[in-house]
Ligand binder design. Sequence first.
Ligand SMILES: *Cc1c(COP(=O)(O)O)cnc(C)c1O
Length: 366
Amino acid sequence: MKWKKQIANLKAYQPGRSIESVKKEYGLEEIIKLASNENPFGSSDRAKEWVQSYTSSYAIYPDGYATVLRSALSEFLGVKETQLIFGNGSDEVILMISRAMLEPGKNTVMADLTFPQYRHNAAVEGAEVREVPLVNGAHDLEAMLAAVDEQTAVVWLCSPNNPTGIYIKNDELIQFLNKVPQDVLVVLDEAYHEYVTADDYYNAVEIAEQYPNVIVLRTFSKIYGLASFRVGYGFGSEDVIRALEPIREPFNVNTLGAGAALAALSDQEFVEMCRTENKKGLEQFYQFCQSENLDYYPSEGNFVLINFKCDSDDVAQYLMRKGYIVRSGNALGCPGAVRVTIGSQEQNEGAIRAMKSFLAENSIRQ
Ligand SMILES: *Cc1c(COP(=O)(O)O)cnc(C)c1O
C-alpha cells in the first residue's frame, strides 16, 4: 500500500505501565503510579459532581466549539473567545499545528530533550526536525534561534520543560521573541503552567498579546486532574486561531470533558492546594537527592528528573517491584535518569524509601 514514506520507521506510543498490569505481574496489593505526571489528588469534587449529575442524552453530538467552556476560559484568562482553540488534550492542538504548517521541504526547531509529540507529529508530516540540545536542562534559545532559517515553520518551546522541569525566564523569552522572524510560529507549551511559582516566569497572556506569532498551549490534564477526559487548549492571535480552526475535527472536545473542565475551572482553591502540595513534594525529593548526593534539576512542574548514574531501567524495575511506577530515562532519552511525578506526601515518602533501599542494595553512590 501507498503509505507516506516518512511513517515507515515511526513507533507507536509506548505508554507507562498500567497499575493493573503491574499489580498482576508482581502480585502487589497497592501500586502508586508516579510515571505520567498525573495529579495525585485527582480532580476537583465539582468536576465529579457535574459528571455524576449529567443526565442528558449520550446520543447527541457534542458542541465541538466548546462554547460554554470557551466563554468561561476567555473570561478567566482575559483573552477573546476568538483567541482560543480547543483540542482533545493539548496533544491534539500539537497535531493540528503540525498538520496545518509542516510538510516536506519545511523544518521545525525544538529542544533535545523535550516533549516527544512535537518530533513525532513533525515526522508524520515529513518536515525536517532540528533538535537543539538542552543546556543544564534548559532550552538553549540562542542556539535554537541559530537553527531557524527561511524554511522554518514552527519552533516548539516547552516551559516548564518535560522532562527536566526547567522553565524559560521572562527576559530570555522576550529576547528570543524579539529576534525570531515574525512568520515563524512559536509554540509555548505550558502544560505545567499552573504549578509554576518562580518570580521571573513570564506572563503568557501578555506574551501572546504582544507577539502575534505565539500560540500558548495549556491543558486540563495536569493540575486540573482531568487527563481521562482529554481537554486541552491553545490561545494566541485571532489570525493564528482562525487559520487553525478548519483543521480541528468538528467534535474533538466531548460533552463530558467540556463540562468537567468548566466545573474544574471554577474551583481554583483546588488548583491552589495542588500547587502548594506539589512544592512541598518537590522539596521532599530535593532533600533526598541532596542527602544521597544525586543530581537533579530544580523543577517548576509536578515531576523531577533525578540522575541515578546507572541503568535507569534497573532503577525503574526495582521501584516497580516495590510498588512504584516511575518513568525510566531510557524511555525518555536521558539514560541514567528517572522522572518521578510528585505524589502526595505519603506517596513521596514511600517512593523515597524505595529509592533509598535501591541505592543501599546497589551501592552505586559516588
Ligand atoms: C502532558 C503534556 C501534554 C499533553 O497533555 P494533554 O492535554 O493530556 O494532551 C502536552 N505537553 C506537555 C509538555 C505535557 O507534559
